[in-house]
Structures are given as C-alpha cells and as structure tokens.
Design a protein around this ligand. Structure first.
Ligand code: 13P
Ligand code: SF4
Length: 317
C-alpha cells in the first residue's frame, strides 16, 4: 500500500462511514500523523478520546493508549490497526508485581504512568502522563508515601521537580528512550552549542542534560525537559534557530510542521519505536475495512481502573 491520494481518500471515506475519529500519537509515521483527525501526546489524545462524539475511535498508537480510551469510553468501539503494537515500558511491571510492592508499603499512594496495562491501572490510585506527572504528585499530600511506576527516569524527574524524598520509584524503562544516552547528548550539544535541548523525561540522558546545565557547558535556559505535546508548544515559542531533540524520531514531523524555520535534529537518529511503527498505512486501511483489531478491556478491570484514569485527565493543562 502506497500512502498516496487514493489511499488517503479511502481512509477518510471509511472513517466517515464508520463514524470514526482517527487519533495519532506524535511518534507515528508522518503519513499516519497527517491523515489523523488529531495528532498529539498521550494526555491530549486521552482527553480527545473521552470527549469525542464519534462511536468508533481508531487509535494509531500503542496498545495501552487504545486500552485507556476503552476504559474511558466503554460503550465506544475502539480499534487499533495492529494489536501487536505493545510497549516495553508497559511490560516492565505486572499487576502481581504491583500488588507485592503495595504490600511492602501499606498506605502509599500509587501513581502509574499511562504506559501500563489495564490490569496495572486497576491497582492504581492516579495515572499520569509525562506532561502532568509532576502536577499529579503535587496533588498528593506531602506526608503520604508515593509509589511511582514504572519509568525510573520519569520518576527521577518527578523527585527532582517536587523535591520529595518519599517517592519510591520502580526500576522500569522504555528501551527506545533509555538508549538515548548522556555521552551522545554531550557530543551533540558540543557540536551545536547554541541549540536548545528538548529532552523527554523518559530518556536515559535527562540527568546528563541537567548536569551539562549545572556545570555551565550548556546555558540552563537552553535545557528543557518536556513531554511530546509540550515540545510542540516550546517549538512555537523558542527563539533558538536549532534544536536537538531527545525522544522517539517520529516527533520531528510535528516539530518541523510547528516551526519550519527551526533546524530540528535527533540526538539519536536510531531512536525509533518498533511498536509505534507497526501502524503502517496498510494496517490503518485494513483496520477501517475490517473493523479490526478491536480492543476489549474486561468490564470489572475497566471499572477498577476508570477512577485513576479520570483523575489523570482532570489534572494539569
Ligand atoms: P507523551 O506523548 O505523553 O510524551 O509520551 C511519550 C511516550 O513514550 C508514549 O509512548
Ligand atoms: Fe513504549 Fe517506549 Fe515505544 Fe513509547 S517509545 S510506546 S514508551 S516502547
């Protein structure tokens, strides 16, 4: 399947016939981002999914995102163009492991990143995304212990930003972001000394970026730790003419659209998420033609998870 005008026309026509809204995460292939009704970060897309009048949601992203939409809208049909599109970070903790961790910390508030399975969300008090993780933790009384999972780098970011020392962090990671490392970032920053650094908090290099700022190698105001949605906002407001981007490479497409005059470069060009890239133009077309792959969440699990997900979409901007 070539993503040409005939493909685009068929996708749009089928979406109309099925009363479907097409959502695409910022890491999707450019042609998928461009055909979608909405492209954004995981928080923005969850909010759009919850508010949409469409009877079908086609989630061009990974499985936990489609599951989150289903938890929020159990009466809608939620499709993902390829149900095998998982997430290494979501796989880094199971519901059994979380139950055992909770038993070690009775009374702690459980904050789970949205990159988790529905079973883990069902054991969670509040979910968060990278754009509101700090606000979510700030909403919890200072004297309560927090279990933050599963991403260790996002957890470290939340600890730094809130200054709290009663946050326990699970040792999970996303293999794509963990692979964007400090030495690589330092090399790129040395080659482009005037560039802003846009760093996703899931990156292994987030601490190194702050270290570079702390020792004065890069001016502190050029170092920005941002979710993918906040990167697009920052692209519109920065005065920099070049930006080094530390996240999954699909992000460059929205950044270049938002600020065509800026030179955006990936810190690591190999940082491509194989799961996000399973959503091909052919897979999207098949999904709309065959009403597949449908995402189901067991009703009891969804009921237990819903409060945590609803709190997530209510907190932060
Ligand atoms: P955000 O879009 O919330 O920044 O998430 C990044 C991510 O890794 C999703 O898989
Ligand atoms: Fe999961 Fe990482 Fe891929 Fe995001 S980039 S979907 S966190 S594996």
């Amino acid at each position: 399947v070539t993503p040409d005008a005939a493909w685009a026309q068929e996708v749009r026509e089928l979406a109309r016939k099925r009363d479907a809204v097409l959502l695409a995460h910022n890491y999707q292939l450019p042609e998928i981002q461009d055909i979608a009704d909405h492209t954004g970060d995981s928080l923005a897309l969850s909010r759009i999914a919850a508010d949409s009048d469409a009877s079908t949601i086609v989630f061009c992203g990974v499985h936990f995102m489609a599951e989150t939409a289903k938890i929020l809208s159990p009466d809608k049909t939620v499709l993902i163009p390829d149900a095998r599109a998982g997430c290494s970070l979501a796989d880094s903790i199971t519901a059994d492991q979380l139950r055992a961790w909770k038993a070690e910390h009775p009374g702690a508030v459980v904050v789970s990143y949205v990159n988790t399975t529905a079973d883990v969300k069902a054991e969670t008090d509040i979910c968060c995304t990278s754009s509101n993780a700090v606000d979510v933790v700030r909403s919890i009384p200072e004297d309560r212990e927090v279990l933050f999972l599963p991403d260790q780098f996002l957890g470290a970011h939340v600890r730094r930003e809130t200054g709290r020392d009663n946050i326990h962090v699970w040792a999970g990671e996303c293999h794509v972001h963990a692979g964007i490392n400090g030495p690589e970032l330092a090399d790129r920053a040395a080659a482009f000394p005037d560039a802003d650094l846009f760093i996703h908090p899931e990156c292994g290099c987030a601490t190194s970026a702050l270290y570079l700022a702390g020792e004065g190698t890069v001016p502190a105001e050029q170092v920005k730790i941002l979710s993918t949605g906040d990167m697009v906002k920052a692209a519109r407001s920065t005065s920099a003419t070049s930006v080094l981007v530390a996240t999954e490479v699909g992000m460059l497409h929205q950044l270049r659209k938002a600020a065509p005059e800026i030179d955006f470069r990936a810190v690591n060009e190999r940082a491509s998420c194989p799961y996000m890239k399973m959503i091909t133009p052919a897979a999207l077309l098949r999904s709309l033609r065959e009403n597949a792959d449908e995402v189901h969440v067991d009703a009891e699990t969804a009921r237990r998870a819903r409060g945590a997900v609803q709190r997530m979409i209510e907190i932060g901007t």
